[in-house]
Write a protein that binds this ligand. Structure first.
Ligand SMILES: Cc1ncc(C[n+]2csc(CCOP(=O)(O)OP(=O)(O)O)c2C)c(N)n1
Length: 641
């Protein structure tokens, strides 16, 4: 066993190639065992074992800066940089993050997890390190390396960064980790021409053999390598995308077998000498070495531990599944309904839509901004676009939603999956901004289903409106709620109290309030419970809320500028207009903080949004005890330079 003795990149530098291949096998076994226990990104990590070994042998991290895009494929990097024992607590509180994390290691320069940022970071760092006189070729010996997936390359930021890197001839080694897939096969013409090479095995094996032969000619070194590229350039011209990169001023070498460590190393050694940006194109296999990943439609991109059901337990239909069915039903009735995804067809429930309506399905690549404005164009042309996106990635498309959809008042339906606290992916993946962002856009109607039965009702209502709409729902269904649905833009009263307290809950939080009341004892009779359903709020609900002494709003998005803030503003306005007293009010929501990874339930408990927390908030309010103030200070951040 070699792995137990690997505690830093230095420990792999002296290994022979046979030993490295053995180590690669051990790493795969370790990653499979760890991730099938904790859950996490599996397929992507199994594909980068050899390239990560090669990077840490050729470059000297952390002096050389190694950046990862998207960041979900850094488990091997973590293993090689002294974090082997921490995998027991992968993505758990006080355990290691599923993404690079600066507080974890000096080898993690960025905390990438939203795609397509690494090349921009690389550009900035390369300029800064050059100005310090520390960049190789510019007075120093530091190098900048960025690993970018072919999926990440479909994101606009990478194109913007390539354009800039080429223009400034900024020295960066870009490793294109091309496994042909995002979750599903990557969608782009560039990727298609990359794929042609992947399929052209003769070209790949001939070029690899030729490269090896040249490398072995004594005394030729770099010259032979560059000469090799001259020799093969005619072939490359026909089948490779190198002109794409080189027209941008970025040198291209490849394709290279991304599982052949010695080939990767010679390519990286030479690339590191190039005085400018250079792409090293590696062909890798997602899920390599693990049959269940290879045969999975998404290569076990994101491994979830199968839920254990008791014998008499029926699996609950998820919000995503409910939406998926509702969309199929709406699309069968109206052929103007089209669906868009930014490389997330499976996770957002669009696989069946894609199968049934292939010409009305659009995977735009990891390009949420473009997705939104494309939908605006479609709506302008008379279609009914449904933009399916995780709540957290909607933030990427805010400007487009505001000015390209909102300003023009176009009937685009935005569907935010994974809204609220998501948990194990950490601060970047919580869906807590969508409500606040949407409320900043005039004219957007936001639907928040509290149970799966509401999803088809709300989708039909949203599609019937001639203005921008959003539907937001969480990953997990509430454990217990009455299972009723409301109508149109109306709120739904679930329970009438005695006028002491009116609770207005939004989405998943309705279930929490419902359960909290069930265990509250006699005081439950003092509480009225509303499911807000739609924001801006139903005026009839505001009128009724005004008849209470106290109003408490509950949401699982940020407390500031969210649904609660708008509800209370409407309450005050209506009270002033009618001369009624303004009830005392409180907003329960997510505090302004970067919430670290943990299970969703534990995080909800931490911020007082679990059932016990909601019950306590209601009780304190009824008892006129001040609300609990959550102190979540920003954690100190390390500096690297
Ligand atoms: C802005 C943004 N949108 C969506 C995602 C979700 N996502 C995570 S990984 C991934 C696919 C990445 O594909 P690629 O870069 O080729 O890496 P691979 O997993 O294939 O190694 C997607 C779409 C994201 N991380 N960031």
């Amino acid at each position: 066993m070699l792995l137990p003795s690997i505690n830093s990149p230095e420990d792999i530098k002296h290994l022979s190639y046979p030993e490295l291949n053995d180590l690669a096998t051990e790493i795969r076994e370790f990653v499979i065992a760890a991730v099938t226990k904790t859950g996490g990104h599996l397929g992507s990590n199994l594909g980068v074992v050899e390239l990560t070994l090669a990077i840490h042998r050729i470059f000297s991290s952390p002096r050389d800066v190694v950046l990862w895009d998207t960041g979900h494929q850094t488990y091997v990097h973590k293993l090689l940089t002294g974090r082997r024992d921490d995998f027991e607590r992968l993505r758990k509180r006080d355990g290691i993050s599923g993404y690079p994390n600066r507080t974890e290691s000096e080898h993690d320069w960025i905390e990438s997890s939203h795609a397509s940022t690494a090349l921009s970071y690389a550009h900035g760092l390369s300029v800064a390190i050059q100005q310090r006189g520390e960049l190789i070729g510019h007075g120093g010996n530091r190098r900048i390396v960025a690993v970018v997936g072919d999926g990440s390359l479909t994101g606009g930021m990478t194109f913007e960064a390539l354009n800039n890197l080429g223009h400034h001839n900024q020295r960066v080694v870009i490793i294109l980790n091309d496994n042909g897939r995002s979750y599903a096969p990557t969608v782009s013409k560039l990727s298609e021409s990359l794929t042609q090479l992947r399929l052209n095995q003769t070209y790949v094996s001939t070029t690899n053999r030729l490269r090896e032969t040249l490398r072995k000619i004594p005394g030729l070194g770099r010259l032979a390598y560059l000469g090799f590229h001259g020799v093969t350039s005619v072939v490359r011209e026909m089948v490779t995308p190198h002109t794409f990169f080189e027209n941008l001023g970025v040198r291209y070498v490849g394709p290279i077998d991304g599982h052949d460590i010695s080939s990767i190393e010679s390519a990286l050694t030479n690339a590191a000498e190039w005085d400018g940006p250079i792409v090293v194109h590696l062909l890798t296999e997602k899920g390599r070495g693990y049959a269940p990943a290879i045969s999975d439609t998404q290569k076990l991109h994101d491994y979830k531990i199968p839920a254990k059901l008791d014998d008499d337990e029926v699996p609950v239909v998820s919000f995503t599944e409910s939406f998926s069915r509702a969309l199929l039903s709406e699309a069968s009735k109206d052929d103007r309904v089209v669906a868009l995804t930014a490389a997330m067809a499976g996770p957002t429930g669009l696989m069946n839509f894609q199968l049934q309506f292939p010409t009305r399905f659009f995977d735009v690549g990891i390009a949420e901004q473009h997705e939104m404005t494309t939908a605006a164009g479609m709506a302008m042309g008379g279609l009914k676009p449904v933009v399916c996106v995780y709540s957290t990635f909607f933030a990427r498309a805010f400007d487009q939603a505001n000015l390209d959809v909102g300003l023009l008042g176009l009937p685009v339906v935005m569907v935010f999956d994974r809204a609220g606290i998501t948990g194990d992916d950490g601060p970047s993946h919580h869906g807590i901004l969508d409500m606040t962002l949407c409320l900043a856009i005039p004219g957007v109607t936001i639907f928040a289903p509290s149970c799966i039965e509401e999803v088809p009702v709300m989708l039909a209502s949203a599609l019937a409106l001639d203005t921008p709409t959003a539907i937001r729902f969480p990953k997990t269904t509430p454990r217990h709620i009455d299972g009723q649905s409301g109508v149109g833009l109306n709120a739904r009263k679930i329970k009438q109290g005695d006028g002491s307290l009116c609770v207005i809950a939004v989405g998943k939080m309705v279930g929490h309030a419902f359960e909290a009341l069930e265990d509250m004892g006699v005081d439950a009779s003092r509480v009225t419970l509303f499911d807000a359903r739609v924001i801006p709020p139903d005026p009839a609900m505001i009128t009724e809320a005004l008849t209470h002494q106290r109003v408490l709003t509950i949401e699982d998005g940020v407390q500031h500028g969210g649904a609660g803030a708008l509800i209370l503003a409407r309450l005050r306005t209506q009270a002033q207009a009618t001369g009624m007293p303004v009830p005392t009010s409180r907003i329960l929501g997510v505090p302004r903080a970067f919430l670290q990874h943990n299970t969703p339930d534990a995080l909800l408990a931490e911020i007082g949004l679990d059932i016990a927390g909601v019950r306590q908030a209601m009780q304190r309010f009824l008892d006129d005890v001040p609300a609990l103030e959550l102190e979540l200070p920003l954690a100190p951040r390390p500096t690297f330079l």
